[in-house]
Design a protein around this ligand. Structure first.
Ligand code: NOJ
Length: 524
C-alpha cells in the first residue's frame, strides 16, 4: 500500500499542477505558434514559480481543427510542435527540475485524418473499419436529435449515405468503445507514453466514450432545440444525457488503473468529467479507477462566501467517501479567465487573487492555467482572428480569448513569445507590457510575486496540515476555515471584516488590521 503522505509516491495528492496550452506558451522557432522546445526553454520559470507538475495539452500529430484535441496519430508529435525527441528532452529537463509531466489523452474521438477514420471511409458501410466509429444508416435524416458540444447537429452524413457521430466538431468522429479494438489501441498508447517517462495523463472527455446503446433521442425539456448539456462547457441545464456518463466507462478506467500501477505507484490520471453531480464525479476516482477528477464546482461557484463554503463541504465529503484527493481549479483553456469572470479590472483581479489564495489553502491539488500567475484577463479577440471550432460552428464568441499567447518580456507584441518580431497565432493586446513575466518579476507587488509567495509558503503546509477543514462562522459575507495550523479568511462582502487572531502569513491584497472586501488571508 502506497504511503499517502509521501510526496514522492502519490505526489498528485497535494500538488500544484500548471496547465500549459502548447500553442500559446512559448514559441522557439518564430512561426508564431508555441512548441515543445519553447516549453523546455521556459521550464525554469515554472520551477521558479514553485509548481510541482505540468499538464501539457495535446501536441500529437493533428490537423489542428480543435488545436490538437483532434488527434491523427497518438504516438507522434505534430511537426508544428517539434518531434518525439523534443518530447523526450522536455520530459527529461522537467524531471531534472523536479517537475512532473502529465500529458493529455483524447480517447473519445480521433481526428478525421486518423488512419482509422480514413480506412473507415474507404471501406464503406458494414465493414470492420466502420465499426470502430459510430456509423449508422438513417435514410430520413440524422439518427437522433443530439447536438454537438460545439453547436449544430452531432451527426454528419458521408457520401454513401451513412451518418457518423461527433459530439464535438465534424472533424472529431466519436469512437465506438464497445469495439474491443478501441480499448486495445488506447492501452498501447498509455504504455507508449509511460515508457517515455510521463508521470500521468489528463483524460479528455472522460465521461464520454460510451453512449447509451440504443442511441435514443435526448429528452429536452427546457428549450425548443435539443442541446448538449456541455455546450459552452459551463452551462448545465439539461438533465437527460444518453451521450454521457454511461456505467460501462468505469470498466475502461479500471483497466487503465492496472496499466498505470504496472508502470509504478507514482503514475496517475486525472479525469475531465463534466458530470451532473459531485457523487457521479467521484465514481471516476474510486480506488481502482482514476486518481483525480477536475472539480469544476469551484470554478462555477458564485462570488459568495456561502457558495464557496458549500462547494468545499460537498467536495470534501464526496471525495472522502472514495479515499481520493480533492482538486480545485479556477481557469483553463475552455472557460473565461477568472479575473474576467469576477468582473475584470481592479476588482476582478482582487477577487481572482483572493479566490486563488483560498483555493491554494485547501487540501488536495490545485490546477493553475498558464497566464493566471500574471493576472491575465480574457481578451476580446477580433472576429477575424478567432479560431475556436465552436465559434466557426455557431458564431458565438468561443474560447480564443483565454488562449492568447503568454507575454514573456519586452514592451510590445509579441512580448518575447517567440524570437524576433514574429506575431503569434492570436494577436496579443497592445497594453500587456506591464503584465509580462519580465515586468512582473521586477515588481514586488505583482501578481506573479504573489503567486510565488503563495506557492512557497504552501510548500510548508501542503503535506502536513491534514485533510480536515473546519468551517468557522464569520458572518454571512466571510468564508472562514481552519486547516491544521492554518486559518483562512475570504471577504466576499462589501465592507471590511475582522481579521482573526494570528500572524498573517500572506494576504491577496493590502490588510490594515481589517480584511478588506475582495481579499483573502492566510494566518497562523
Ligand atoms: C475538452 C477539451 O478541454 C476541449 O478543449 C476540447 O475542445 C474538447 N474536450 C474536445 O476534445
Amino acid at each position: 500500500m502506497a504511503d499517502l503522505n509521501d510526496p514522492n509516491v502519490q505526489w498528485w495528492r497535494n500538488a500544484v499542477v500548471y496547465q500549459i496550452y502548447v500553442r500559446s506558451f512559448a514559441d522557439s522557432n518564430g512561426d508564431g505558434i508555441g512548441d515543445l522546445p519553447g516549453i523546455t526553454a521556459r521550464l525554469p520559470h515554472l520551477a521558479d514559480l514553485g509548481v510541482d507538475a505540468l499538464w501539457i495539452t495535446p501536441f500529437y500529430t493533428s490537423p489542428q481543427h480543435d488545436h490538437g484535441y483532434d488527434v491523427a496519430d497518438y504516438r507522434d508529435v505534430d511537426p508544428l510542435f517539434g518531434s518525439l525527441s523534443d518530447a523526450d528532452a522536455l520530459i527529461a529537463r522537467a524531471h531534472e527540475l523536479d517537475l512532473r509531466v502529465v500529458v493529455d489523452l483524447v480517447p473519445n474521438h480521433t481526428s478525421d485524418e486518423h488512419e482509422w477514420f480514413k480506412a473507415a471511409l474507404a471501406a464503406g458501410p458494414g465493414s470492420p473499419e466502420r465499426a470502430r466509429y459510430m456509423f449508422r444508416d438513417s435514410p430520413d435524416g440524422p439518427p437522433n436529435n443530439w447536438s454537438s458540444v460545439f453547436g449544430g447537429p452531432a451527426w454528419t452524413q458521408v457520401e454513401d449515405g451513412q451518418w457518423y457521430l461527433h459530439l464535438f466538431d465534424s472533424t472529431q468522429p466519436d469512437l465506438d468503445w464497445r469495439n474491443p479494438e478501441v480499448p486495445a489501441m488506447f492501452e498501447d498508447v498509455l504504455r507508449f507514453w509511460l515508457d517515455r517517462g510521463v508521470d500521468g495523463f489528463r483524460v479528455d472527455v472522460a465521461h464520454g466514450l460510451f453512449k447509451e446503446e440504443s442511441l435514443r433521442d435526448q429528452v429536452v425539456t427546457d428549450g425548443d432545440a435539443p442541446a448538449s448539456s456541455a455546450h459552452e462547457m459551463v452551462e448545465r441545464t439539461i438533465t437527460d444525457e444518453p451521450m454521457w456518463d454511461q456505467p460501462e466507462v468505469h470498466g475502461v478506467y479500471r483497466e487503465w488503473h492496472r496499466i498505470l500501477d504496472e508502470a509504478g505507484p507514482d503514475r496517475m490520471a486525472v479525469a475531465e468529467a463534466w458530470t451532473q453531480t459531485i457523487e457521479s464525479m467521484t465514481a471516476f476516482i474510486r480506488p481502482d479507477e482514476l486518481d483525480q477528477t477536475f472539480n469544476f464546482a469551484w470554478l462555477l461557484a458564485d462570488w459568495s462566501a456561502e457558495s464557496f463554503a458549500e462547494v468545499i463541504t460537498d467536495t470534501l465529503a464526496a471525495v472522502e467517501g472514495v479515499g481520493a484527493a480533492p482538486t480545485w481549479v479556477l481557469s483553463n483553456h475552455d472557460v473565461v479567465r477568472h479575473v474576467t469572470r469576477y468582473g475584470g479590472g481592479e476588482q476582478g483581479l482582487a477577487r481572482a487573487r483572493a479566490a486563488t489564495l483560498t483555493m491554494l489553502a485547501l487540501p488536495g491539488s490545485s490546477y493553475l492555467y498558464q497566464g493566471e500567475e500574471l493576472g491575465l484577463e480574457q481578451v476580446d479577440v477580433a472576429p477575424e482572428d478567432r479560431q475556436d471550432p465552436s465559434y466557426l460552428r455557431t458564431g458565438e464568441v468561443g474560447r480564443d480569448g483565454c488562449r492568447v499567447p503568454i507575454p514573456w518580456g519586452g514592451a510590445e507584441a509579441p512580448y518575447a513569445f517567440g524570437p524576433g518580431a514574429a506575431q503569434p497565432w492570436i494577436p496579443q493586446p497592445a497594453d500587456w507590457a506591464s503584465l509580462t513575466v519580465e515586468a512582473q518579476s521586477a515588481a514586488a507587488d505583482s501578481t506573479l510575486a504573489f503567486y510565488k509567495d503563495a506557492l512557497r509558503i504552501r510548500k510548508d503546509f501542503a503535506w502536513t496540515a491534514g485533510d480536515v477543514v473546519e468551517m468557522v462562522d464569520a458572518g454571512p459575507d466571510v468564508l472562514a476555515f481552519k486547516r491544521g495550523p492554518l486559518t483562512v479568511v475570504l471577504n466576499c462582502g462589501t465592507t471590511p471584516a475582522e481579521l482573526p487572531e494570528g500572524e498573517v502569513l500572506l494576504a491577496s491584497g493590502p490588510v490594515d488590521g481589517k480584511l478588506l472586501p475582495d481579499t483573502a488571508a492566510w494566518l497562523r
